[in-house]
Design a protein around this ligand. Structure first.
Ligand SMILES: [Zn+2]
Ligand SMILES: [Zn+2]
Length: 241
């Protein structure tokens, strides 16, 4: 496959209970699988800040650790966020959730907005994204317990989410994207060693977050998923766990 292959949805150990793989190990797995880079999209919401990072005096730096650890491995690393606004985070106590992947945002911009990011309304986030040139994609919009973010606040949706521990109903997401003219994205939603499933292959190298937003706005990419090489790498990674 020619082009520049990026993982669009990845979590690192130490940012949420669901993420089980260190940046070091993830970088090796992705290099093995032939990716050219990854977008680190750790969870950011009230639950993470107040509960998971309860003991941290600097939640922003704590959050950014996963991204910097990935960068330090040498794999081409871009910053991204999987954001849940206000009470939209998934938790055992919340019946319905909605998460938004923010692309085009830099670590510096994240630092600037910090916890105010998830205190936004959909409309507030939309306006901020317009100002800053960020793109907003609802992650796994038809997963069990997901509610839909109104399409007018979004640029796109994940039409494929590879997380094998959920029912993602990706086929419905793809139909939904077409119906509402939402841009498509796809990613593994990597949390565990065998989760390498998908990504986007861009025509040109994606140098930074702003280039990522520009490329997602063009048509110069294609989605890949479940190809043989990824299955082999996933099986090998699981056997070494
Ligand atoms: Zn997660
Ligand atoms: Zn995720």
């Amino acid at each position: 496959m020619n082009g520049f292959k990026l993982e669009m949805h990845l979590h690192t150990l130490g940012n949420s209970r669901c993420a089980k793989v260190s940046a070091d190990r993830a970088a090796k797995i992705y290099a093995d699988a032939g990716y050219d880079g990854v977008v680190v999209t750790n969870h950011w919401n009230r639950n993470i800040a107040e509960n998971y990072f309860a003991d941290s005096s600097d939640k922003i730096n704590e959050y950014l650790k996963g991204y910097y650890a990935m960068k330090a491995t040498g794999i081409h690393t871009l910053f991204g966020v999987e954001l849940a606004l206000r009470e939209d985070f998934y938790s055992p106590l919340n019946r319905r959730g909605a998460e938004i992947l923010v692309y085009g945002i830099t670590a510096e911009e994240f630092r600037e907005y910090g916890e105010s990011l998830y205190r936004n309304s959909y409309d507030g986030l939309r306006r901020l994204a317009n100002d800053r040139g960020w793109l907003l994609y609802q992650a796994h919009p038809f997963r069990e317990r997901s509610k839909r973010v109104p399409p007018e606040f979004l640029d796109g949706v994940e039409v494929y989410n590879g997380n094998p521990r959920h029912i993602n109903a990706n086929a419905i997401a793809a139909i939904y994207a077409e119906k509402h003219r939402l841009k498509p994205s796809a990613g593994s939603d990597f949390h565990q060693a065998g989760d390498v499933k998908s990504g986007i292959c861009f025509r040109d190298k994606i140098t930074d977050e702003k280039a990522l937003a520009a490329a997602l706005s063009s048509d110069a990419f294609r989605i890949f998923k479940n190809i043989k090489k990824l299955k082999q790498v996933s099986e090998k990674a699981i056997s070494e766990t």
